[in-house]
Ligand binder design. Structure first.
Ligand SMILES: [Zn+2]
Length: 65
C-alpha cells in the first residue's frame, strides 16, 4: 500500500494557453466583466462572463481601485 505524498499545489503560469469557456467550449482570449449594481455601490461585486455566450464564469470581489 502506497501512501500518497502530500504535495503542495503548484501554480504554473501558462500565458501561452487559452482557457476554454465551460459553457460553450470556445477559447477565451478575453473575459468580460461588469460590476453588479450601479451608482454609489458600484465596484463591490464583479461578474465575469464569457464574451461568446454571455454566461457567467465567476463572481469576484474587487477592491476599490
Ligand atoms: Zn461561453
Amino acid at each position: 500500500m502506497t501512501k500518497a505524498q502530500a504535495k503542495p499545489l503548484e501554480i504554473v503560469k501558462r500565458n501561452d494557453l487559452t482557457p476554454i469557456c465551460c459553457h460553450c467550449a470556445k477559447g477565451l482570449t478575453e473575459i468580460y466583466s461588469r460590476t453588479k449594481g450601479t451608482g454609489f455601490v458600484e465596484g463591490k461585486d464583479v461578474i465575469y462572463f464569457c464574451p461568446h455566450c454571455m454566461k457567467v464564469l465567476g463572481i469576484g470581489q474587487s477592491r476599490m481601485i
